[in-house]
Design a protein around this ligand. Sequence first.
Ligand SMILES: NC(=O)c1ccc[n+]([C@@H]2O[C@H](COP(=O)([O-])OP(=O)(O)OC[C@H]3O[C@@H](n4cnc5c(N)ncnc54)[C@H](O)[C@@H]3O)[C@@H](O)[C@H]2O)c1
Length: 358
Amino acid sequence: MKIAVLSGDGIGPEIVAQAVKVLNALKSDGLKIEMEAAPIGGAGYDAAGDPLPASTLDLARAADAILLGAVGGPQYDLLERPLRPERGLLRIRKELNLFANLRPALLYPELAAASSLKPEVVSGLDMMIVRELTGDVYFGEPRGIEVRPSPNGGSERVGFNTMLYSESEVRRVAHVAFRIAMKRDRKLCSVEKANVLECSELWKEVVIEVSKDYPEVALSHMYVDNAAMQLIRAPKQFDVIVTGNIFGDILSDAASMLSGSIGMLPSASLDENNKGMYEPIHGSAPDIAGRDIANPLATILSVAMMYRYTFGDSRTAGRIENAVKRVIAQGYRTTDIWTEGATRVSCSAMGDAVVKNL
Ligand SMILES: NC(=O)c1ccc[n+]([C@@H]2O[C@H](COP(=O)([O-])OP(=O)(O)OC[C@H]3O[C@@H](n4cnc5c(N)ncnc54)[C@H](O)[C@@H]3O)[C@@H](O)[C@H]2O)c1
């Protein structure tokens, strides 16, 4: 199994180093793993003047799976838009056709106190958000900032983007979501804003068409504003949510707080053949970068997802997930999930603890 390791910026290299420790431990247990590193994001810009250097894209194409840290940082915010780190990430998702983004939100019982919601609201939470990743307003054309006549005479700048989904884009992500629902509690909620957006109206129609192939799955529909409210009010009503790129971006960050910290949530981004890029859902956290205090568990759990979804090895996935469960049960906490009485550990000590428990 060849894994492209793209650490990126900010806390990226710190958290990815912990996931690599886990991979190395599995390797010394006999699993065949080959890893090769390459720069992306700000690191790509620094190394090659491009947030997605051609050699990085080549490596990602040749690999069986990609492990990514995070990209971005204030030092890159003034670059021209195509050179900014986030563009590198959008491009690699698009180039590799990684259209299905799987974001589980699971609460470890011991972390109930770290959630900002009451323990009884979140305990036992186990849901999956399937977010479409290569369409929507993030990619739709036309987009831009230009000068147009203003209603009061004269002219002014306007910014615009296009929310756009084709039937085939909705259909393929809907199939992924239904298949995942079939393996879970067979409940799928499609989230859109069909009361005001034509793009959402089409989304809903196509999801209903696809549902005919999955009669065992109970399909429901919810407007995104209500979904945001329900996620906080009664999150356990959800099993699988399927939604578009921008709604999924926002809802999954909200869902992350249910599980205690954004540092706990892994993700998988898959293509048609289950080749995937695996990354934590959080960003590069420049506010804590370089201090060895970031939570590496989302990145380590992303490796577990890699084994489950791309390598088809649920045993190894389960081993990694159980090691994380044990570390949590043993009371180890990075600062973001620390509560009174627990053992506060650094990012690297957390990585060591997971390896010890593998
Ligand atoms: N996938 C990605 O690479 C990705 C995603 C989101 C944001 N970004 C980029 O990251 C940069 C920072 O963005 P932001 O501050 O909005 O979001 P962020 O996710 O980086 O950070 C939000 C907050 O969560 C904390 N946090 C994040 N990950 C953590 C971890 N593993 N352990 C402990 N605390 C953690 C941060 O310290 C910060 O307070 C920006 O340049 C943004 O564009 C990248």
